[in-house]
Design a protein around this ligand. Structure first.
Ligand SMILES: N[C@@H](CCC(=O)N[C@@H](CS)C(=O)NCC(=O)O)C(=O)O
Length: 223
């Protein structure tokens, strides 16, 4: 039996969503966020990094969203519901699968961390300096980077129904979390193709079931 070690409001929503798309039997072991939105130590008993998502399947422990999505698809999508046959779609799907965690999420996490520079546990005397530093870094670098990524995604979705191309795939599952995070940033601007894609994924019955079982992927903040 597949067990999803599911941290509330986290990337593991992706895994529950895929399992629902594939209509596979699985169980959820839920973990609550602790102070400063960190994962509880109990997750370190499953995998040394103590992050979510992580799944256990028989005697296997598999971490890292993209690796889990690929594993589940290859191992269990026996009736080829999500498999891509066109080589260009396969290449695109792999690109977005890696891009989500390799290029986009680090920027979003960086933004979250910099936004904490003027808050506890930073000593109160240093908070104004921390705040100014974060503001400067955001303005000079991070917001421009995020705007470039947002425009890149919008241009892709304006030309393609799904991230892989014409076909829904695990790339859409993987991209759901950072795209939602970009949207909840507040200054995302007007991105109609991205918005349309988000509406499409949120209307899928598997997405709705995943939300019912695991809760919302984001709690208005990231990590
Ligand atoms: N690249 C990893 C990131 C895993 C990760 O950082 N997960 C977050 C939840 S979205 C987490 O466990 N945060 C809690 C913590 O760092 O204590 C993946 O995609 O699986």
């Amino acid at each position: 039996m597949i067990t999803v070690h599911h941290l509330q409001h986290s990337r593991s929503h992706r895994i529950i969503w895929l399992l629902e798309e594939l209509e596979l039997p699985y169980q959820i072991k839920a973990y609550q966020r602790e102070a400063r939105f960190l994962a509880p130590d109990a997750l370190k008993k499953i995998h040394p990094l103590g992050k979510s998502p992580v799944i256990t399947d028989e005697n296997r422990v598999i971490a890292e969203s993209g690796a889990i999505l690929e594993y589940l698809e290859r191992q269990y999508d026996t009736d080829y519901r999500l498999s891509l046959t066109h080589p260009d779609e396969q290449i695109q799907s792999r690109y977005w699968l890696h891009y989500a965690e390799g290029s986009l999420m680090p920027l979003l996490v960086m933004k979250l961390i910099f936004n904490q520079f003027n808050k506890p546990p930073v000593p109160w005397l240093l908070r104004p300096i921390g705040g100014l530093f974060a503001q400067g870094f955001n303005k000079a670098y991070l917001l421009k980077q995020l705007a470039t990524h947002q425009a890149f995604i919008e241009a892709h979705l304006a030309e393609h129904a799904w991230f892989a191309g014409r076909t829904f795939s695990i790339a859409d599952v993987q991209m759901s979390y950072p795209v939602l995070a970009l949207q909840t940033r507040g200054d995302a601007g007007d991105f109609p193709a991205t918005q349309a894609w988000l509406e499409k994924i949120c209307q899928r019955s598997a997405w709705i079931r995943a939300q019912e079982k695991g809760g919302a992927p984001l709690a208005g903040t990231l990590e």
